[in-house]
Write a protein that binds this ligand. Structure first.
Ligand SMILES: [Ca+2]
Length: 89
């Protein structure tokens, strides 16, 4: 099922929705193409959810890297309040 249940080449939330929306019926979500959407298809989607998972993981890492940089900037000691703001005297 590397192409997903909708043939878009990814196994993601859309595929999970296809299984959910057509459970015990015929239609999108039939990951193993046996003619019915059932628990086997749900397991296939779950076990191949890698594409979406890696995207989420990358986004997660990017967000935390950004937060870490922001924290570093916030922790930079500020100069003592001397009243000097860089303006010419
Ligand atoms: Ca099936």
């Amino acid at each position: 099922m590397p192409r997903g249940t909708n043939g878009d080449g990814r196994v993601d939330l859309q595929d999970l929705n296809n299984v959910r929306n057509n459970f015990d019926e015929i239609g999108l979500g039939d990951a193993n193409q046996d003619g019915v959407v059932n628990l086997d298809d749900l397991n296939l989607v779950r076990n191949n959810f890698g594409t979406q998972a890696s995207q989420v993981s990358a986004a997660h890492d990017a967000v935390f890297a950004l937060l870490a940089r922001s924290e570093t900037k916030l922790n930079v000691p500020r100069k003592a309040a001397s009243g000097r703001t860089g303006a010419a005297v």
